[in-house]
Design a protein around this ligand. Structure first.
Ligand SMILES: [Zn+2]
Length: 315
């Protein structure tokens, strides 16, 4: 299956001049047969998918084989539990620092509600008013609703409400948004003046991107439409009255693992040969690659994953 693609300007500064980086296909999931191009804006250095699908075709890039939410949910590996615990400490400290007394949270792209589960554990530390999620996968929605959360089954750009939230979370979501401007117009209305918007996304300032180039998992070709750089992202956010309050570099050993898998895929089959050993379920590899990330964070101030804490500009 082929879809229509159109050249686009830089989505952050709208400049028409960009430097071609590479072209690649969806070798992992074979969603569509098209060749996609990534480019870097010559003005603001933002990296983006420069041959762009139409909104109605985006869904075709997400075949059912892509994400097995149930699989992740039931994974009980040590690596998964350690990550969960670190995430919990991080969110607890982040919210405590803001002085928020009562949490009303919205997790955009909440999946089966794993992050909402983390927030729920804060009960006892900080009062909780509401925990809501937004998700498009029918299966994931059902699981999250089963846990008692209010879930909105829609895209962010189609979400309509008068409600305000003081903790909005977007974990590995912003890079997938088709219409960044429409989405941030809505986010600006959703966030209360004292609230925080927590965004976690791949970070292009890292060793693994330089090493793996087009095979780097941060591109997740062709599903990651934007790879942000703090400076140009911060400038663009000003349009929607947001400012970057804090930036935390995070450990992401799975990016090393899947970058290797992308490179090792033979004849388009990731279940064949060495490629099949390179998955997030491989505890040995998770432990093996973690020091690489610790090294680049501590000594180079680089990492392939970053968490931005945003606040309203005038707060
Ligand atoms: Zn630009």
């Amino acid at each position: 299956m082929y879809i229509d693609l159109q050249k686009r300007n830089c989505p952050l500064c709208n400049d028409a001049n960009s430097k071609f980086l590479f072209s690649s296909k969806d070798y992992r999931y074979h969603s569509v047969e098209n060749e996609f191009e990534y480019s870097e804006c010559t003005k603001c250095q933002h990296i983006f998918l420069s041959t762009y699908p139409k909104k109605e075709d985006v869904v075709k890039l997400y075949p059912p084989t892509l994400m097995n939410y149930g699989d992740i949910e039931t994974s009980n590996s040590i690596g998964y539990r350690v990550k969960n615990h670190l995430d919990f400490i991080n969110i607890r400290n982040t919210i405590k620092k803001t002085g928020i007394q009562k949490i009303s949270a919205l997790d955009i792209g909440c999946g089966t509600g794993l992050y909402l589960d983390q927030l729920k554990k804060l009960n006892g530390h900080i009062a909780i008013e509401t925990l809501e999620g937004m998700e498009i996968s029918e299966h994931a929605c059902q699981v999250a609703k089963g846990k008692g959360y209010t879930i909105h089954q829609c895209l962010l750009e189609d979400f309509q409400t008068d409600k305000k939230y003081n903790v909005i979370i977007m974990q590995q979501v912003i890079e997938h948004l088709h219409d960044l401007d429409a989405s941030f117009k809505i986010l600006s209305k959703l966030l209360s003046p004292d609230g925080i918007l927590i965004i976690e996304t791949p970070n292009m300032n890292c060793l693994d991107r330089a090493i793996f180039k087009k095979y780097w998992e941060g591109y997740h070709t062709p599903r990651h439409f934007n790879l942000f750089r703090k400076k140009s992202f911060g400038t663009w956010l000003g349009k929607y009255s947001f400012a970057i309050h804090e930036m935390k570099l995070k450990i992401k050993p799975v990016h090393w693992i899947y970058s290797f898998q992308n490179m090792l895929i033979v004849n388009g089959d990731k279940e064949k040969g060495l490629a099949r050993f390179f998955t997030y379920k491989n505890t040995f590899l998770l432990l093996f690659f973690t020091p690489f990330d610790l090294f680049q964070i501590l000594f180079l101030r680089k990492s392939s994953d970053v968490q931005y804490i945003l606040k309203k500009k005038d707060s």
